[in-house]
Design a binder for this molecule. Structure first.
Ligand code: GMT
Length: 382
């Protein structure tokens, strides 16, 4: 098949999922066309079946905000026509599902047809999408997609609760490359960061408010107060970083907290981690937690959104009430103090990650593509 994938190119989870899915499909012989305003971060190697199309758009003095959604729709018309795409899969509803609908309508005028599948990822529904300035367009664009998937049961339910959805939404979860994300020998790295064998707690995010990075600092402070020698590695960057840094200064724990910034090889850092913290205020799936679990790292998370569908309380880590950093700290201490418990949770975390193995989930996307296309063919014959 010739498949177009529209995505955000940044470090965010939706871009990672879209890029890894495209790579997985290309490995199976499909021709994959990535479409975005910049090269996706995870698209770092040449592959004969993969083409990247950059959406360019011209500035004009009249435009305070150049209309990217229109430029994207125009590019889609061109790419669908000349690359003879069989299917368009857009990731993150805003504005991708809307641009796809517009392109489809333009092509329809010329008698061309293209199935459009929209994958909902998170804030396109829970935060940005629900904003009244976008909600009617999001509802319309979801309903006009030929197929819709959501990354968790939670997101499916939330979408139906918040919008008037006429479509059946298929749940296809995030996935993981178990080979890349597996614990590897990094003792030199661990020695450099923790010369005295201190425990390592890790958090990875884009440091937006919703990630509650400050909570990870409170949890870590509690661990230090218990007398456990430890370091906290904070990976990523974003708007909340100054606030988090100033909290570390107030608590006088700066020497124990390392801000590593944006990193490519997350699996190397996870390989030396004893515990992963994800106390988010909203998380539709929690790809960062899956990456940690795949590297055999137990997870302490909040019990919101799609996290309970991934992190199993008492088995792969612990789930706590949102903002309850005290209980999260207590669980962290008990895991770090009890070697046997830590080993058991680590083993279970890896086993749980295996359920989300890349090929199993790519199979599900492929099957879904076929069912949407067959449904459309059958409908056009009626
Ligand atoms: O919604 C976001 O924050 C953006 C989105 C992204 O593009 O990074 O993240 C969401 O999609 C990921 C991949 O499906 C999920 O694993 C994340 O849980 C989800 N983030 C949130 O819901 C906050």
């Amino acid at each position: 098949m010739n498949i177009g994938i529209v995505l955000y190119p940044t470090y965010g989870g939706s871009g990672v999922v879209a890029t890894e899915l495209g790579k997985g499909l290309a490995a199976r012989g499909h021709n994959v066309h990535f479409i975005s305003y910049a090269r996706p971060m995870r698209l770092d190697e040449f592959h004969e079946n993969i083409t990247f199309h950059e959406v360019t758009f011209s500035a004009y003095p009249l435009f305070e905000y150049p209309p990217y959604d229109l430029a994207l729709a125009s590019h889609l018309v061109d790419i669908i026509t000349y690359q003879k795409l069989d299917l368009l899969h857009v990731h993150y509803a805003i504005p991708h599902a809307t641009s796809a609908y517009l392109a489809k309508q333009i092509l329809g005028e010329k008698g061309q047809k293209i199935p459009v599948i929209t994958t909902l990822h998170g804030t396109d529904i829970t935060i940005v999408g629900s904003d009244p300035s976008y909600a009617p367009v999001v509802t319309f664009s979801i309903n006009k997609s030929d197929g819709v998937t959501a990354v968790s049961e939670y997101l499916r339910e939330e979408t139906c609760k918040r919008f008037k959805i006429e479509k059946k939404i298929e749940v296809i979860p995030n996935f993981i490359d178990l080979v890349r994300f597996s614990k590897s020998e990094k003792s030199h790295f661990k020695k450099a960061l923790c010369p005295n064998g201190e425990k390592v707690l890790v958090h990875v995010s884009n440091f937006r408010e919703v990630k509650r990075v400050s909570d990870t600092v409170e949890i870590f402070h509690k661990v230090l107060q218990s007398g456990i020698p430890a370091h906290l590695l904070l990976v990523g960057d974003g708007p909340d970083r100054p606030k988090v840094e100033s909290r570390c200064r107030e608590l006088q724990i700066c020497g124990k907290v390392r801000f590593l910034g944006k990193q490519e090889k997350i699996e190397d850092i996870l390989s030396i981690a004893d515990l992963f913290l994800i106390p988010s205020g909203s998380e539709t799936f929690g790809l960062a937690a899956l990456e940690a679990m795949s590297c055999s790292v137990p997870v302490i998370s909040s019990d919101i959104g799609g996290l309970p569908e991934l992190n199993i309380h008492g088995e792969t880590g612990y789930l706590c009430e949102l903002g309850d950093t005290g209980t999260m700290g207590d669980y962290a201490i008990s895991i770090l103090r009890d070697e046997q418990l830590h080993r058991q949770l680590s083993e279970n975390a890896r086993k749980r990650a295996e359920v989300f193995e890349l090929n199993l989930i790519v199979d599900r996307y492929e099957a879904y593509y076929h069912s949407v296309m067959e449904g459309m063919q059958a409908a056009s014959k009626r």
